[in-house]
Ligand binder design. Structure first.
Ligand code: ZN
Ligand code: ZN
Length: 429
């Protein structure tokens, strides 16, 4: 069965992508985005679950303050989000739709991430979204990774599957994941149990250096990562009159930073550690009583990331005791490694060239970063299911996360068509 798409549908997807692009929302604040996805899915005939219904709240990481959440909800409503859906989300974003054909067959799940990046979009005539009037309306939030495209590909897949529902077998689950940036949302969906019965799991990213018309059937070298905030709490005192009465949180954080940079590399493979933010102190003549560090560790395997993280925890604690200050650590994000199954990599390779718009199969892409789709791949694979994460080529105007980022919108059409085609092929297994 072919899963073709006509020109009218392709044009609709482009218009929809521009709408999502304009309403860019960063991780855990995707209220407008989730409401739009949910209402689109509902009008296609899907039962839809949102927010708290699809998340294991204990596994939610790096969610902003309640004040930021409240402000984001307000903004989404002002920008026309459906209040019924926003209420149902209950402060949490993301959506899952299920198509049960009622016929015996496999359970196939798809993952599309929907959040924007913390960057303000270029207001420059050279930048097409600005020139053509669909640049982000929201300060410091821009779809500069392409997750607007992912969301729309997901809705395209939903439409194609619903059209062919009478010819398909099994169950299809479409996951629209919040907060991928900073790897904060994937674990909460994986741990909710939604994917426990999944036989085949498919995910993809657009761009990544692969040109328009090409598909890379596998994306590997995911780094395991842990993101954490460490907070030191000391005691403020007069820096001239009573410095001995103070407890210096700034010195603890500074010492920890230097020691963290000195964690020995591991013989078994690549590791990384970065202290990206260090904030401390209140005034020139005050012993600093508070310091905040934002840190990430990475490793090519779980064991390597665990090694760096365990050493980092010893150092953070050691620096606190050295300066007599208290400390706390909060996990802000986490991703594991992921390996695509050959059976599905082969299937993507086999089917891609038959999809209109796809002309070439590209080499395996090395991610060199982290992706929290890995949590979902892991739960599926641990229960005997198969998973794949591939790349849909698209020329890009600037690198991912850059304020001039833009995509070749042709990827919308063949992206959705390829996912739907894979679904129909898997439906027969
Ligand atoms: Zn990104
Ligand atoms: Zn991305």
């Amino acid at each position: 069965m072919k899963m073709g798409m006509d020109d009218a549908m392709e044009q609709r997807l482009v218009a929809l992508r521009r709408e999502f692009h304009a309403h860019a929302e960063t991780g855990w604040t995707e209220f407008w985005t989730t409401a739009k996805i949910a209402s689109s899915l509902e009008s296609l005939g899907y039962p839809v679950s949102v927010g708290k219904e699809i998340l294991d709240l204990a596994s939610v990481m790096g969610r902003p303050s309640e004040e930021t959440i409240a402000h984001s909800i307000e903004r989404a409503l002002q920008q026309g989000a459906d209040p019924v859906w926003v209420r149902r989300m209950d402060g949490y974003t993301g959506a899952v739709a299920v198509l049960d054909t009622g016929r015996k067959g496999p359970v196939v799940a798809f993952r599309f991430d929907i959040d924007a990046v913390d960057v303000s979009e270029a207001s420059d005539e050279k930048h097409r979204p600005f020139r053509e009037g669909f640049a982000s309306l929201n300060e410091n939030a821009m779809h500069s990774c392409g997750h607007d495209v992912h969301a729309v590909i997901g809705l395209g897949v939903a439409e194609l599957l619903m059209k062919r529902k009478d010819e398909l077998k099994g169950v299809f689950k479409l996951v629209f994941q919040p907060a991928e940036e900073g790897v904060r949302g994937g674990k909460a969906i994986a741990m909710k149990g939604i994917l426990n019965d999944v036989d085949y799991f498919l995910g993809a990213h657009i761009g990544m250096g692969i040109p328009t018309g090409s598909v890379a059937p596998e994306c590997g070298d995911f780094l395991c990562t842990t993101k954490f905030d460490a907070v030191y709490k000391g005691k403020a005192a007069h820096a001239g009159g009573a410095p001995n009465e103070g407890r210096n949180a700034l010195l603890a954080a500074a010492s920890a930073t230097l020691a963290l940079a000195g964690i020995a590399p591991h013989k078994d493979g690549a590791t990384r550690l970065n202290v990206g933010v260090l904030q401390a102190g209140t005034g020139r003549n005050v012993i600093p009583s508070k310091a905040v560090m934002k840190v990430e560790t990475r490793g090519l395997t779980m064991a390597l990331n665990d090694y760096v993280y365990a050493r980092a925890m010893e150092i953070v604690a050691g620096a606190a005791s050295m300066y007599g200050v208290e400390f706390s650590v909060a996990k802000m994000g986490e991703a594991v490694d992921a390996l695509s199954d050959k059976e599905l990599v082969d299937l993507v390779t086999e089917r891609a060239l038959a999809v209109p718009g796809v002309e070439k199969i590209a080499q395996v892409v090395s991610l060199g970063g982290s992706e929290d789709v890995s949590w979902m791949m892991r739960v599926v694979q641990q229960r005997g299911g198969k998973a794949v994460y591939f790349v849909l080529g698209s020329d890009i105007a600037a690198g991912h996360h850059n304020e001039y980022f833009d995509v070749d919108e042709r990827v919308l059409g063949y992206g959705a068509a390829l996912f739907a085609d894979l679904a129909s092929a898997l439906s027969e297994r």
